[in-house]
Design a protein around this ligand. Structure first.
Ligand code: CA2
Length: 151
């Protein structure tokens, strides 16, 4: 029986579509979550989308994903560049993990060039705007298919 894919969004992403549209676009988080659900249906997956402004909450949800979800798509937002706690939590996940960013952090300030999360990620995607979310769902379907074929 397949389990849903957990789509996690970190701090301030609840503000999507309300500020800095030149960087993050004009879609709201609710719209982005609907894009994920639509794409998931198309590729035969289900998604559960959650957002928190709190590091500990994100860590708890990652723990929940161990055994409870088939994969994780995570935009850790600012915690990308600071959080050993999120890295350590993700390291315990055996399911595929896609690290996703709306912007391309490598084109931005130097402090955004370093990701604490990347070492735990199966794959990283950035710079596609919010279109990256459905792309990541599609990519997750590919990763899960490849795992199934190997098993
Ligand atoms: O490009 C991304 O997705 C980021 O993860 C977004 C983070 C940033 O700290 C990372 O370097 C790259 C910031 C998320 C802030 O979200 C907002 C959304 C709308 C309005 C204001 C902030």
């Amino acid at each position: 029986m397949s389990k849903p894919v957990l789509v996690l969004n970190g701090p301030n992403l609840n503000l999507l579509g309300t500020r800095e549209p030149h960087i993050y676009g004009s879609n709201t988080l609710k719209e982005v979550e609907a894009m994920c659900a639509r794409k998931a249906k198309e590729v035969g997956l289900t998604v559960e989308c959650r957002q928190s402004n709190h590091e500990g909450q994100l860590v708890e949800w990652i723990h929940e994903a161990i055994g409870g979800f088939d994969g994780i798509i995570i935009n850790p937002a600012a915690y990308t560049h600071t959080s050993v706690a999120i890295l350590d939590a993700l390291k315990n996940v055996k399911a595929p993990i896609i690290e996703l960013h709306i912007s391309n952090p490598h084109q931005r300030e130097e402090f955004r060039h370093r990701s604490f999360v990347t070492p735990a990620a199966t794959a990283t995607m950035c710079g596609f705007g919010v279109a990256g979310y459905p792309l990541a769902v599609e990519a997750m379907a590919g990763l899960l298919e490849a795992r199934k074929a190997k098993a």
